[in-house]
Design a protein around this ligand. Structure first.
Ligand code: PSV
Ligand code: MN
Length: 380
């Protein structure tokens, strides 16, 4: 238990500011009474999640959604709340100019505009003490012949090279992939292989970001994670759960076993002396849109769920598993995984929280507290 407690001290999650404000489907945005209306309120909500769970000390920002005039003031506010600013996410998907692409756009003027926006985000990262720019592109085409694939690839590589070479030397560039949407004929960064290729060409501080929602049905995400870890090219995650496509449902709501198997790869890398330092830097960020669940509660539920699944992954008996694998004892190997997966780790997590003076059951404390009433009163 003490060993797990030590490992739990190192298990941190990053919260997305955007999960605390109104979100919607393709068809409508739904309002939640008391939901955060601006970046300061989003930080307050993230701070509450951290206060109740004790393991979410950083919050990712999305620009321009979280843009302020005075970044020093925001940084101070974040620190006062006991948090730090995590990844800065440029937005290259809402400006009408990007209809035919941002960093890949045929127009040099628009490419320059997109690069300038990313460089603004680099500047914000410097001002707020963040070390990560997390890039996702909506770039792609809808129809055959719309643009030339190889020209787009070249433009993308050139744009990224400019950004990478002009970032401070201690800053990381995460490149996220998504196999479709909003374009449907082709996507410029559709899979981990393309993200890998681009980041490999850029250099050591360019890494792949795996959003769990951005894969085709049946994709083996844990294998992708293992491959990227072994190549030291995994930067971070956007944790969520997918049913059909990028639904951004709360983590493990559909398939907890899949998340357990993904976390197994990270937990094993944590314990591998050659990979441990690298693996512990992999950022476990959430990227979820809470529409049917109350936002703060959904986030607390996600954090608790992610902690449980990570602890289960830490419990796997690696020595026995290796022995079973060497003997090609497939049933025994799977049983060893299932032993850990079936273990009820909730008492252990409750004890851990008690020792840290945290609520033993953060979901219950939030539900029974008056956190939302206060917010509904103040955020009319
Ligand atoms: C795109 O679907 C994405 O996963 C990217 O990470 C964006 O930054 C985020 O969602 C916006 O909600
Ligand atoms: Mn994402």
């Amino acid at each position: 238990m003490e060993k797990i407690f030590k490992e739990l001290d190192e298990l941190e999650f990053e919260l997305p500011s955007w999960a605390f404000s109104d979100a919607g489907t393709r068809f409508a945005v739904f309002h939640e009474e008391g939901a955060a209306r601006n970046v300061f309120e989003r930080i307050e909500d993230a701070a509450l999640v951290h206060e109740l769970t004790g393991c979410c000390p950083s919050v990712a920002l999305h620009i321009p959604w979280d843009r302020v005039e005075n970044w020093e003031e925001l940084k101070e506010f974040v620190e006062e709340k006991g948090l730090r600013i995590g990844a800065i996410n440029p937005n290259l998907f809402q400006d009408p100019d990007y209809k035919y692409g941002s960093l890949t756009n045929p127009s040099e003027k628009i490419r320059k505009k997109a690069i300038a926006h990313v460089m603004e985000c680099v500047d914000i990262a410097v001002k707020t003490g963040s070390k990560i720019i997390s890039l996702w592109l909506a770039d792609g085409t809808d129809y055959p012949g719309q643009d030339d694939f190889r020209s787009r690839k070249k433009r993308l590589e050139e744009s990224l090279k400019y950004i990478y070479e002009n970032m401070p030397e201690d800053m990381y560039l995460f490149i996220e992939y998504k196999f479709f949407e909003p374009t449907f004929y082709h996507t410029d960064i559709p899979d981990w292989g393309t993200s890998y290729l681009l980041s490999e060409k850029l250099g050591e501080r360019a890494l792949v970001l795996v959003d769990l929602g951005h894969h085709a049905q049946g994709a083996n995400i844990e294998y992708i994670v293992a491959t990227l870890l072994s190549e030291r090219k995994l930067g971070g995650f956007h944790l969520n759960n997918r049913k059909y496509a990028d639904d951004d449902l709360t983590i493990a709501s559909i398939n907890p076993y899949e998340v357990f198997l993904i976390f197994k790869e990270i937990a094993f890398a944590w314990k591998d002396p050659e990979l441990s330092d690298f693996a512990k830097k992999v950022v476990l960020m959430f990227d979820q849109a809470h529409i049917t669940k109350p936002k703060i509660l959904a986030m607390i539920q996600s954090v608790v769920m992610a902690q449980e699944l990570f602890v289960k992954a830490l419990l796997i008996d690696r020595r026995r598993l290796r022995e079973a694998q060497e003997k090609c004892d497939v049933v025994e190997a799977e049983e060893i995984l299932m032993d850990a997966f079936r273990t009820d780790v909730r008492p252990l997590l409750r004890e851990n929280r008690k020792r840290k003076n945290l609520p033993e059951d953060p979901i219950k404390v939030f539900r029974e507290g008056h956190y939302m009433e206060k917010r509904r009163r103040e955020r009319r």
